[in-house]
Write a protein that binds this ligand. Structure first.
Ligand code: HEC
Length: 158
């Protein structure tokens, strides 16, 4: 078979395109796995926030521990919008409390995530100051950001 320059060009074009497509497929997480991962991430967020509130309620709060937990919470929140790729709702075929509205109103959802990020950043800053009453007040603001998103975007009965 005679391979002309044009054919060669087409061949390399096709190879490059295949490479790109498989690259995209490799980079993307399967929707089912995205659900499992984000639930594990939220469990981490929940556990960290609970430990922080337990400290705040304790008669002798450990300020160093509070700082560690507040910074841990701060580092967990910025990723939230990326934990919800398209297709990772109920259609993924695994149990999820994520409502379809997440993908219907992505800006509202991202707004909730951003609000949480802003307030957990503040919490980490205030935690550094060591004023327990101020930390408690900010922890309450954070809690309201969790609830605001849950009431709009998370199924109640799950
Ligand atoms: C931007 C929206 C949003 C914010 C903000 C948010 N969550 Fe959630 N959270 C969700 C959604 C949606 C789910 C359901 C995920 C699923 O089931 O796939 C969830 C699930 C959870 C779960 C259950 C995880 C499991 O499956 O066991 C916990 C615990 C949790 N969130 C804690 C928190 C805490 C604590 C905060 C605040 C510090 C918070 N969330 C902030 C949207 C949010």
């Amino acid at each position: 078979m005679r391979i002309s320059k044009t054919n060669l060009g087409r061949m390399f074009g096709a190879i490059a395109l295949t490479g790109m497509i498989s690259g995209v497929a490799l980079a993307a997480v399967a929707p089912k796995d995205a659900v499992v991962q984000r639930q594990a991430n939220f469990k981490k967020i929940g556990g960290t926030f609970k430990a922080l509130n337990d400290q705040l309620r304790s008669p002798a709060p450990d300020k160093a521990q509070i700082m560690v937990l507040a910074n841990q919470l701060k580092s967990l929140t910025p990723g939230i919008p990326t934990w919800f790729p398209v297709g990772s709702g109920v259609e993924a075929g695994v149990k999820t409390a994520a409502k379809a509205e997440i993908w219907q109103k992505p800006d509202v959802f991202k707004g909730h995530a951003k609000a949480l990020q802003v307030e957990t950043d503040k919490l980490a800053g205030i935690a550094g100051g060591g004023d327990i009453e101020a930390i408690k007040a900010q922890a309450n603001v954070v809690k309201n950001k969790c609830s605001a998103c849950h009431s709009d975007f998370r199924q109640k009965d799950s």
